[in-house]
Design a protein around this ligand. Sequence first.
Ligand SMILES: Nc1ncnc2c1ncn2[C@@H]1O[C@H](COP(=O)(O)OP(=O)(O)OP(=O)(O)O)[C@@H](O)[C@H]1O
Length: 255
Amino acid sequence: MNPILETKDLTIAFGGHVAVDGVNFKVEPNHFKSIIGPNGAGKTTFFNLLSGQLKPTRGQVYWKGEDITKLTPMKRTRKGIGRSFQITNVFPNLTVLENVRIAVQSQKGVRYNMFSHFLHFKDFEVRAMELLTTVLLDKKADSLARNLAHGEKRKLEIAMLLALETEILLLDEPTAGMSIEEVPAILEVIKLIKAQGDRTIILIEHKMDMILDLSDSVTVLFNGRLLADGTPEEIMNNETVQSAYLGGLYDDNAS
Ligand SMILES: Nc1ncnc2c1ncn2[C@@H]1O[C@H](COP(=O)(O)OP(=O)(O)OP(=O)(O)O)[C@@H](O)[C@H]1O
């Protein structure tokens, strides 16, 4: 199958420091790929290169075979690459439902501008409610976003990402900063999205139990380089990966 997203020799240097170094990466449609690697391995920088927040020093990003290396983040989102909203993009003084409704509206505005007058405000709200149900946040629809617990804010970000209806979801450590009790709910949400079967998901995570549970394949970054790529079992048994981590791979408490 042809890859939906691919990188060739993708490289970025900050001053003298090469944060992502010659990465050749591929992901097929509707695949669940996780990216792991120690702190500072270049995972978030790699996501920034995929989503267009950063431009590479060298190399290319391809979307369904088309070179999109020079496209802005907005144009990449329109093509189908969705990056999770950061908490800073959430309007704190609006309700949870209003935040998602605005994300739904912005997506419709982008894609169906000509027909927008046919779409009723209520339709946006119905869709927003469906998304809140998907992320298990429907009971908080009327709460102000600023009053949500950290884990609930991450679920709101995922609902807003889903509202963009992109083919690919880039999820950067959705459980970061969460309490142990909050993690299962996010895992449940990601499983629900995966079960719908119509999205390609790329997940950066440190929690190995989550990686093993969800992933079709795993890519390991180390010092900016792609160290290994394979099924979760292959990665777990890969000696180079094990020695690179020096045991840290199985540390659930890594940030
Ligand atoms: N804008 C920047 N300017 C300078 N250096 C940067 C910049 N962004 C990232 N780096 C450096 O690039 C390297 C990779 O950082 P990155 O955040 O991508 O790692 P990571 O694998 O996501 O780490 P973590 O697991 O801790 O989130 C680090 O050494 C970081 O300090």
